[in-house]
Design a protein around this ligand. Sequence first.
Ligand code: FES
Ligand SMILES: [Fe+2]
Length: 443
Amino acid sequence: MLVKENLGPADFERLVDEENATASRLIFTDQSIFELEQEKLFTKAWLYIGHETEIPDEGDYVTRQMATDPVILSRGAHGKIHVLLNSCSHRGTLLCTSDVGSTKGFVCAYHGWVFGLDGSLKATADDMDLYAGKVDFKNLDLKTAARVDTYAGLIFATWDDGAPDLADYLGDARWYLDLFHNRTPEGMEVLGAPHRWVVNTNWKLGAMNFGADGPHAVKVHGPITAATFQVPPTVFRDALVESPAVSMGNGHNGIVTQVPDSLKDQIPPYFGFNPDLMEVYEKHLNPQQNELNRHLIAGVTTMFPNFSSVQGASTFEMDKMPVNFLAIRVWQPVSATQTEIWNWFLVEKEASDEWKQASMLAGVRTFTAGGTFDQDDAEAWVGIAKGIEGNIARQGDVNFQMALAYRDRTIPGFPGPGKVYPSNYGEVTEFDILLEWQKYMKA
Ligand code: FES
Ligand SMILES: [Fe+2]
C-alpha cells in the first residue's frame, strides 16, 4: 500500500496519464489514495444529497452520506433546507439513526442533547447553568454543510466555503439535467425510498461507467437489451457507435443514445415516453432538447464526482409498449474496494398513478440490485477489483485508449452544449472523469 503522506501532485500527474489515456490500477485499489480522495475531493466538490420531494414539509428529514460522513438532510422553518453532520457535538454519537421521518428536532440517545432542524443546539442534558458559564454553547451547534443549493429539485451540498456556485459548478450540464429532470412545469418526484446495496469495487468504476462506457453495453447488456428494450444487439451496437458522447465541462459527462438513421422509420418518435405528456414536453423544453428526445433510446450521465442518472425504456411483457424510467444514483465510497450504491427513481409529477407505477417497475427490473443491468455491471466491476488487486496485477494500467482515436474529433452542430464526440464507443468522456479527479488530487 502507498503511504498517504508521501503522495504529492507529481504522483497524481503520473497516476493518470492524459497523453496515453491510461490510469494506474492503484487508484482503484489503494486505501491511501482513497483516504486522500476523502480530503481532497469529497470535502471540496458539490455532492448530491437528495431530492426536494423527499422532504416536502417543515420537519421532514432523511439521513444520507456525504462520502464517508453521515449527514441529516432536513427542512426547517420557512421551507429552508439544511444539511447537518449527523454526529452529536457532545461525544460524537450518531445523532439521528432513522432513515426518514418528521420531527421538531433531534435528541441524542446518549446524554439527551437536543438540536433544531437547522442544527442549532437547543438544550443539554440538564440545566446549562451546571457548566458555570465556562462553555460557549454557540460553538456546539452541529456542523453544517458550507453551502446547500438545488437544481431541478436535486439538492446538492459542499463542505467547501470557497466552492463555486452550484449553477457554475454544473455549468453546461444543466442543459442535460433539464433534458432528463426538468421537462414538465411541475418537475419530478421521487418514487419511494432509495434502494441501497454494496458492490465490492471502487466507486470511480461506476461513476466512469455512467459517464459513459459505450463499448461494454453490447457485450454485457446485449442479450437483456434484446429481450427488454426490444432492440436486437446489432441495432443496439449501431446506435451506440453512431450516437454522441458529451463532455459537459467540470468533469460532468454522458451519452445521449439515439435511434440510428436506418431505423427512424421503424421506431416511432418518443419511444417509451409518456404519451399523456408529449405536448407538455414539447412546450416546456426548447426545440433543441425536443430534437434529442424525439429519437432518444437512452441517456446516461455522471455529474462529477459521484452522481449519475440513466434514462431508458423497457418492458418485460412483450405485448406491452416499453415505458420510460429515470434512475438516479450516488456511488458512495466506503473503502478503496467497496461502494454503496444509493438508487432512486424519478417520474414527472404530472404523470398518472398508473404510469408512475409502470415507470417504477420498468426501473426496478433493470437498474437496482436485482435489476438486469445492475447485475451485469456489478459482476464486471467486482471482477476488475479482483483482477487488479494482486501484487503483480496492481503494477499495470487501466486502459481507455479508444480516447486516442476520438478525443480530437468533436462534432459541430449538436443540439446541446459541451464538447461533443461522435460515438458512445469513444471512451473520451469516461476518461474525462479521471482527468477531473486528477485536478482535485493534485491541488
Ligand atoms: S453524545 Fe450526544 S448528548 Fe452526549
Ligand atoms: Fe452497464
